[in-house]
Design a protein around this ligand. Structure first.
Ligand SMILES: [Zn+2]
Ligand SMILES: [Zn+2]
Length: 245
C-alpha cells in the first residue's frame, strides 16, 4: 500500500513550521498526486487560522495550482468540535474559501457555550483522571459526533476518538451513511488496528494521513498503513492509497 495524497497537513497559518509552498514542494518531491492544507479552526486560542487569512490561503493555493501541474492542492480547515450538540467552529465566511471541511476534537478550544465549559470540555478533561465518568462521557461524545454529521457536510473526521472517547462503532456506522471519511492518524493512533477491525464492516471510507506540522513529516504514515494492513481493511475503502507497484 502506498500513499498518493496527504489529506491532513498544517502550515505556518496555524502552528506548522513550513509555508504552504514548502509543503507542496515536499509533496511533489515525494511523488504525491495531491495534498490538502488543513490548518486549525478559529476557536483554537493560539493556533487557529485568523479569519482574514482564509482568503489569502485560497489565493496562494490557486496560484500554486497554476504554477505546478503535477500536483493538486486543496484547502480545508481542521475545525474544532466545540459543543456537546455537535457545534464546530466553521463560519460560512470561511467555508466559502475551502474545498471541504474536516472536524476534530482537541484539548484546547473556546467552548461554544458556557454550559460546554463544564459539560463537554471539562467533562472530557475530568474523564482522563476519573475513569468512573467514562461511560457517560462516551455517550455524550458519541451523540455529539452523530449530531455533527447531521448538521454539517463534512469530508472527514480527524483522529476520531483521540482526546475524546467515543463509541467508535456508532460513529463509523453513521459516517458510512453520511459518506464522511474516518481518519487513520498515525500521529494520534486513532483509528488504530483494533478500532478498524470493529468498524470496517460498515463499509465506510478511511484515509491515512500524516497530520504533518513540518515538511519532514509529510507523508509519514507507515504506522497507519501497518494498522490498516493488520486490520485487513480492503484497499477500496481507503481513499488516498494505491497498491504497491
Ligand atoms: Zn487534530
Ligand atoms: Zn491536525
Amino acid at each position: 500500500m502506498r500513499l498518493i495524497a496527504d489529506m491532513h497537513t498544517h502550515t505556518t497559518y496555524s502552528h506548522g513550521r513550513n509555508s504552504i509552498e514548502e509543503m507542496v514542494q515536499q509533496a511533489r518531491k515525494m511523488g504525491l498526486e495531491a495534498i490538502t492544507i488543513s490548518d486549525h479552526g478559529r476557536s483554537h486560542p493560539l493556533y487557529g487560522v485568523k479569519k482574514q487569512n482564509f482568503k489569502k490561503m485560497r489565493e496562494e493555493i490557486d496560484a500554486l495550482n497554476q504554477k505546478y501541474d503535477d500536483i493538486d492542492i486543496f484547502l480545508s480547515v481542521e475545525s474544532n468540535i466545540i459543543g456537546a450538540d455537535g457545534t464546530i467552529d466553521i463560519k460560512e465566511e470561511e467555508r466559502q474559501y475551502c474545498d471541504w471541511i474536516y472536524a476534530g476534537y482537541h484539548y484546547v478550544y473556546i467552548p461554544a457555550t458556557f454550559k460546554d465549559v463544564f459539560n463537554f470540555m471539562g467533562r472530557n478533561y475530568l474523564t482522563m483522571i476519573l475513569p468512573f465518568m467514562r461511560k457517560k462521557t462516551i455517550a455524550v461524545n458519541t451523540q455529539c459526533y452523530l449530531n455533527m454529521m447531521d448538521r454539517y457536510t463534512l469530508k472527514m473526521i480527524t483522529h476520531p476518538g483521540d482526546k475524546c472517547p467515543i463509541d467508535v462503532e456508532a460513529v463509523a456506522k453513521k459516517a458510512a451513511e453520511k459518506d464522511v471519511i474516518l481518519e487513520i492518524n498515525p500521529r494520534h493512533y486513532h483509528l488504530n488496528a483494533r478500532e478498524l477491525k470493529k468498524v470496517m464492516h460498515y463499509g465506510g471510507k478511511f484515509a491515512i494521513n500524516s497530520d504533518a506540522h513540518r515538511k519532514e513529516n509529510l507523508g509519514n504514515v507507515s504506522n497507519g498503513i501497518e494498522a490498516a494492513q493488520e486490520a485487513g481493511v480492503p484497499i477500496e475503502q481507503i481513499v488516498n492509497v494505491t497498491e504497491d507497484e
